[in-house]
Design a protein around this ligand. Sequence first.
Ligand code: FMN
Length: 190
Amino acid sequence: MLIKPAYSPPEVWRDLVHELKRAARDRKHPMRSFVLSSQGPEGPDACYVVLRHFTDEPALLFYTDGRSAKYQNLQQESHTCSVFYHPRQRFQLRCYARARCHQGDERAQKYWQEVPAPGRKAYTPDYAPGTPLPAPETAHQWSRLSDSQFFSVVELLPYRWDVLQLDGGAHRRLIFTRAANSWEGRWVAP
Ligand SMILES: Cc1cc2nc3c(=O)[nH]c(=O)nc-3n(C[C@H](O)[C@H](O)[C@H](O)COP(=O)(O)O)c2cc1C
């Protein structure tokens, strides 16, 4: 349980940070992937992405192909909402953040060096995500496997967190917003 009955907001914040750091390191963690929603030209869009890093800033980082719709959306409109759910601890986390996009810059190069060769395939296919194909296998072509041209890193810079703890008939919900150098938690009705 993340929001234990006697917990204060700072205690919840401490445990939340711990959980996100673990999620970024552990492939099997239930919060390793999350649903990112963005604003597209035709309205809201959402998809799963993998949490690659959770930094002290704090920022949540994921990687993508710069040709993908989500990356194009984020370049136009940087407001995002991401949703996580931890089934065992039974809490939902919504993270409202501005996206900072990196493609072909120093930051993208730094993380590209850490992506092992097999993982690079996700960011280097010949066909851009969403390209119409005559058959699915047409997409499985990589003639520039070591080319980092499309590899992109997105930093999500949170400005608001909304945590809902399910607990029988006694659900609890906390909103965290920035206050100087810390995060201020306020209880709200679940
Ligand atoms: C569990 C899971 C994790 C995913 N992680 C990523 C990711 O980290 N980066 C990414 O670009 N796509 C990821 N995807 C694929 C996206 O959800 C999406 O289908 C794809 O990137 C095309 O998105 P687009 O509409 O932006 O072109 C993941 C999909 C699943 C099911």
